[in-house]
Design a protein around this ligand. Sequence first.
Ligand code: AMP
Ligand code: FE
Ligand code: FE
Ligand code: ZN
Length: 282
Amino acid sequence: MRIDLHAHSNISDGTQRPAELVAAAAKARLDVVALTDHDTTDGWAEARAAAKDHGVGLIPGMEISCKTSLGISVHLLCYLHDPANPALLEEITKAKVARLSRAERMVERLAEDYPLNWDDVSAHVAPGATVGRPHIADALVAAGIVGDRNEAFASILTSHSRYFVSHYAPDPVHAVELVRAAGGVPVFAHPLASARGRVVAPGIFHDMIDAGLLGLEVEHRDNPPEGRAWLRRLAQETGLFMTGSSDYHGAGKPNLLGENLTTPGALDRILAQGTGSAPFLP
Ligand code: AMP
Ligand code: FE
Ligand code: FE
Ligand code: ZN
């Protein structure tokens, strides 16, 4: 079984429509793919229809951007939650709205030094999609200022950049509680991705586990080898399941569908504990 539980469409910062992503999953010989757009479930219906067409399993999911009290970024994947759950929906809507004004403010700052305006950025955002720095990167690429998204993130768009603006994001412990209350299965995404910024201390892992965290995304290209060993030990000690995933973003990142895989046993844990929405399994 080839199972990849982390992929983005253009409903957030991927470059393919949800149906195109599912077609790509079929082409990559995946048996099961999860759609995990940032802070939105708006791609689920299209992905589900495409999954039926292609005979690929679909786990509806989402990736919630969170921030600790120290300002450290945490990404929380969740699977099979109820997309209409009011408390969770309110929180991600708040984040999505904040992301838009944050991106506009970043573009205002950038416009002081670069020939870039909001229209240039919004040209890269699908209608209603969750806006993020990758869309600003796409506009910088189109303007010939950088060569690709990665170069933009390595320079102009890093969190240390003078153009960077942060946005509202829920606390990760609270987000775990919200996901569980919505019948979803929370999994800590790329927990030790130190190249992206500071990572959380062990105490935050334990706070999230106490709040109901169920899994750790261990096999992810951004987790360094020593970090993966530590995560495996933590999973063993605490009874969490482990996942492996690509974090595919279409042409937006080098990550390829199926470059890391999740075991059928871990998928079974997700299917057993996710009660807020239905998977499609052919
Ligand atoms: P934001 O959500 O606006 O803070 O932007 C973070 C998003 O940018 C993450 O979801 C990543 O997928 C994406 N990202 C981070 N680093 C890179 C990179 N080096 N190249 C392409 N995309 C990136
Ligand atoms: Fe992303
Ligand atoms: Fe992420
Ligand atoms: Zn992701």
